[in-house]
Design a protein around this ligand. Structure first.
Ligand code: FES
Ligand code: FE2
Length: 357
């Protein structure tokens, strides 16, 4: 018998960019809906190519705007026909108004969010509830995976996780689950567990696992090694939810941005975007990489579905040193951000952590 989740909600980080959905489905006059930080959203693309994201409620009576009509320029509510410019949310017309009325429709706004396209995602800036319309200028830059050259291939992976965003994120930075969750002949065997030593350093609102030669016991890295040049890997975690990884070997590179985005209170979605110029000219590398990447993400997903089952009755949990130290940093960084103290950092300088994986 399954019981509804009673897990206490975790606070969410507002005033930042989150990937709402893939942008390739946003074309023509299609409207697409999703949930982002508990907010119902409707997204689309104007005829001029610009993406928009609105709260999926008409400001008049709350009916989803996605039930209405979009002609490439205006979104018209299906209930009383109020028409909105979707990027600003500004009302253009209220059909029921007569010349006797003084109400100025242009003073009415539906809730619209800044929305930008990067790496094949529609990124949406979600302000603090009740903060009003965010101004376009003072916003932080839209997140993007670094690219180290103009020619590259790329792939996207996604998986829904039935847990709150904190569990998704600490799963993302958890070094000790690899040999158990991701055991596979092509990756590594459980028997290959050995002691590791990694150097971390503080960066603004996050931490970096400093560049190093990655573990020699994993097949993808062995493959990269055929180029015979030193390999460096850098992994950054940055609030609210981003893990950047770059692997460089001479002129060859692999870069990824993984995010864990809260959809509703107790669910999140992991999105992986990867770009690379490794094996650029070898056919079939993209489908093969996607196949293995999917299996990898699926293994995390299956584990988190099982974990969510265990979390339903709010068990007490542990964070241990050193393997869970990055998770402790995450919670401390998040707390600092929620208190508006982004100058406060849990690390006073570089730290070396040890674990076996
Ligand atoms: S509910 Fe949308 S126009 Fe009335
Ligand atoms: Fe994993």
């Amino acid at each position: 018998m399954s019981t509804p989740a009673q897990v206490p909600a975790t606070p969410l980080i507002y005033n930042d960019w989150y990937p709402a959905m893939r942008s390739r489905g946003l074309r023509g006059k299609k409207l697409r809906t999703t949930m982002l930080l508990g907010i119902p959203m409707v997204l689309g693309r104007r005829t001029d190519g610009r993406l928009f994201a609105m709260r999926d409620n008409c400001p008049h009576r709350g009916i989803p705007l996605s039930c209405g009509w979009f002609d490439g320029h205006e979104l018209t509510c299906r209930y009383h026909g109020w028409a909105f410019e979707p990027a600003s949310g500004q009302c253009q017309r209220i059909p029921s108004l007569t010349s006797h009325e003084t109400l100025d429709p242009s003073k009415i706004y539906a809730t619209a969010f800044p929305c930008e396209e990067r790496d094949g995602y529609a990124w949406v800036y979600v302000p603090e509830p009740g903060a009003g319309r965010p101004r376009g200028d003072g916003l932080p830059p839209v997140p993007e995976a670094p690219k180290f050259g103009p020619k590259y291939r790329s792939a996207h992976l996604t998986a829904d996780l039935p847990c709150n965003v904190d569990h998704g994120i600490i799963g993302l930075m958890d070094p000790a689950h690899g040999p158990f969750v991701h055991q596979a002949w092509w990756w590594r065997k459980r028997a290959s567990i050995h002691e590791k030593e990694k150097r971390f350093e503080p960066i603004p609102e996050g931490f970096r696992m400093s560049a190093h030669a990655p573990s020699g016991n994993s097949a993808p890295y062995k493959l990269l090694g055929v180029y015979g040049e030193p390999i460096t890997t850098t992994i950054d975690f940055v609030l609210p939810n981003r893990r950047y990884e770059s692997i460089r070997c001479g002129a060859k590179w692999f870069s990824s941005l993984t995010t864990v985005t809260p959809t509703v209170t107790n669910a999140c979605r992991i999105d992986v975007y990867a770009a690379w110029n490794v094996f650029y000219s070898v056919p079939l590398v993209t489908p093969i990489a996607k196949f293995f990447g999917k299996r990898f993400v699926r293994q995390d997903q299956v584990t988190m579905i099982q974990q969510a089952e265990g979390l339903k009755h709010d068990p007490s949990l542990m964070l241990i040193d050193d393997a869970d130290r990055p998770a402790k940093w995450y919670f401390a960084l998040k707390q600092a951000r929620l208190e508006g103290r982004t100058d406060r950092h849990p690390m006073s300088g570089p730290v070396t952590l040890h674990w076996r994986s």
